[in-house]
Design a protein around this ligand. Structure first.
Ligand SMILES: [Mg+2]
Length: 241
C-alpha cells in the first residue's frame, strides 16, 4: 500500500550528495498524485524549513532533529511549534557560551543563527575532535547526533520520532503511524528506525549501517538507489503494487 504520509530525512536522502535536483520534484509529484503528502524530518534549522514551506508543496517540516515543527496554517500563515520546553532554549544558550570558551577554534555553522532548539557544527570541523567534543557535551548533559553534514547538539529529549508522533497526534486525523513510511540515510534517523514499522534506508546508508543498533526495515542496495533515486524507485514500486 502507498503510505498515507511519506516522512523523509533531507540531506543524503532527498538530495544527491548535497545537490537538490529535479528528482526532488519528481518525488513530490508522485506523492501528490497518490493523494499522499511529504513531511520533511531534518536536522536543518527551522528557518531553512521555512524556505521549503514557502516554495514547495511539502506539507510540514520537522526541523532541528525534532525540536521544531513548521507548517502553513489558515491564510498561508507559517507557524512554528517548539517541541521542547522554553527553559531548554536558555540552557542551550548558556552551554553555547561554555563551548565557545572551551573550544574557541571550533565555530558553529552559519545556519546556527536560524536555529532555536539546537545548534550545529560542520561535521568536517567536528570530526577530528569528536571525542573531546562529545565528552564535553556529555559532562554538561547535552545530547548530540551526527547527520551526513553536521554534528547537532541540543538540550532535553528531542528526536525525529518524537517530532513525527507529535505531528501525527496534533495535525492529522485518523492516520496511523503504521500507514506511513520513513526514508533516511544516517545515524540521526535511528530513533525512527527503532519505532516505525515501515522504514527504508537509501543505499548510501551502507556507510553507517554497521554503526546502527536499529536498522531500517528495508535496506536499498546499489548505486541506482542512492539518495533521492532510491526514494523515487521505491515509491514508484509501491505505486504500481
Ligand atoms: Mg541524512
Amino acid at each position: 500500500m502507498f503510505p498515507r504520509i511519506v516522512f523523509s530525512d533531507f540531506d543524503g536522502t532527498l538530495t544527491y550528495g548535497l545537490s537538490l535536483g529535479s528528482f526532488f520534484f519528481d518525488i513530490l509529484a508522485l506523492i501528490k498524485a497518490k493523494n499522499s503528502e511529504l513531511v520533511i524530518v531534518t536536522g536543518r534549522s527551522v528557518s531553512w524549513g521555512h524556505f521549503l514551506l514557502t516554495h514547495t508543496d511539502v506539507s510540514a517540516v520537522i526541523s532541528e532533529g525534532g525540536g521544531m515543527l513548521s507548517l502553513r496554517e489558515k491564510n498561508n500563515l507559517l507557524c512554528d511549534y517548539p517541541l521542547l520546553p522554553e527553559k531548554e532554549f536558555n540552557r542551550l544558550k548558556k552551554f553555547v557560551a561554555l563551548l565557545k570558551e572551551q573550544f574557541p577554534d571550533i565555530p558553529l555553522t552559519n545556519d546556527s543563527i536560524g536555529r532555536m532548539a539546537d545548534r550545529a557544527i560542520e561535521l568536517a570541523v567536528a570530526k577530528p575532535r569528536l571525542k573531546e567534543l562529545s565528552s564535553f557535551m556529555q559532562a554538561h548533559q547535552i545530547n548530540y547526533s551526527c547527520s551526513s553534514v553536521h554534528l547537532n547538539f541540543w538540550c532535553s529529549d528531542i528526536s525525529k520520532i518524537k517530532g513525527i508522533k507529535y505531528y501525527l497526534a496534533n495535525h492529522t486525523q485518523d492516520i496511523s503511524i503504521d500507514d506511513c513510511m520513513y526514508f533516511g540515510d544516517s545515524k540521526n534517523d535511528e530513533s525512527v528506525f527503532e519505532v516505525m514499522k515501515n522504514t527504508v534506508g537509501v543505499s548510501n546508508i551502507r556507510e553507517v549501517v554497521e554503526e546502527l543498533t536499529f536498522k531500517p526495515s528495508v535496506l536499498l542496495m546499489g548505486e541506482h538507489n542512492e539518495g533521492p533515486y532510491g526514494v523515487l524507485n521505491y515509491l514508484d514500486y509501491l505505486s504500481r503494487k
